[in-house]
Design a protein around this ligand. Sequence first.
Ligand SMILES: Cc1ncc(COP(=O)(O)O)c(C=O)c1O
Length: 411
Amino acid sequence: MTDLAINGGIPYRDTNGSPFPQRTPYGEREIELVTEAIRSQSLFRFGGGMVPEFETRFAEMYGVDFAIGSTSGTAALHVAMGAINPNPGDEVITGPITDMGTIIPILFQNAIPVFADTNPDTYTMDPEDVERLITPRTRAIIAIHLFGNSCDMNAIMEIAEKHKIPVIEDCSQSHLATYENRLVGTIGDIGCFSFQQSKHMSTGDGGMTVTSNPDYAETMRLFADKGYNRGNAEGHRMYRFLGINYRMTELHAAVGLAQLDKVQNTVSRRRCLGDRLSATISGCPGVIPAPVTPGGTHSYWLYPLRVVGPTADKFAKALSAEGIAASAGYIGKPIFRCAAPLAEKLTYGDSSFPFDSPYTDRNITYSEDLCPVTQEILDQLVVISFNENYTDGDIDDIGGAIQKVAAAISA
Ligand SMILES: Cc1ncc(COP(=O)(O)O)c(C=O)c1O
């Protein structure tokens, strides 16, 4: 049997002689539009034309009525929470495998995050657990489409409709992924996107919130602009409620407009490559390829490989030695154990608000064993990065290296 590179064998891929391609998300069109924005002498969204154009074209691409640009995916989710407008101590059900950007907006609106465990077949939130967690204080469900893979949206929407709870879709990792031929972000009440550097389309940082609900749209526009009612007829400034400044600038919209022309190709290419990798490694001992939720198409922000038997850490180290960029565990622990604002309730001075407050009688503890399936999956995950510039041959090398490591470890 071929020796593993980690034990002194020859790496499957010689990344010195044959490096994997880098991402090259930006090009001449971005430069042209940014230059145009600067030449216009107005980089403020009220006055320039690019932010409104970006919002309109994004809404058109998704087939929704409204899109509100902002400064990050976290901001986009906060804008959505602004529309939900929970009372302190209200609860929002979400998933535990995510970035802190999903959780921060819940806490900043003084609501309590409640975590549904993970479906082991999709790595997204388990709808049965969502329903179990609903209480009279539940104000929203945030469904996270993880790594590019859709949640089981039929089940989630059925539960939400039954209990009359709005659904926010966190599509930060899943641009143009679909579920039953509908784009994720357009199935629930509100969809949120991140344009952070690593995402399928990027403005370095940036975000977008979409909806077809005019009341939500109106509130979200105001929320992202300090609650400032710019059309106030009374002749003085009017701030209608507590909002924040998440206004997107013309520079970000200039890049975003250029990115809109590329994102379809980026996602198609990633989809081909991800599906190719899954086909290459199917049947490989002890390795579970990236799941695709039934009815969905994946957009592969990252490729989540699951290993059963060896630890994810051992597998990832062996794979890295073979020349394949791999890391164990994604976030390592469920988000409520990674984040002191949850694990230690470190919020708002030393108040622990809203957890320890008269606004809730619920004594939530974000303990290690809260979501056992989630921890098991994180313990077995190896995430592999690739990008749309990879060739089929690059993917075949990744697949070959996975087979080599799996065979050696299982032997
Ligand atoms: C699932 C998810 N939600 C929210 C965010 C926050 O996005 P941003 O970093 O743009 O604020 C991210 C970022 O990676 C994410 O992956």
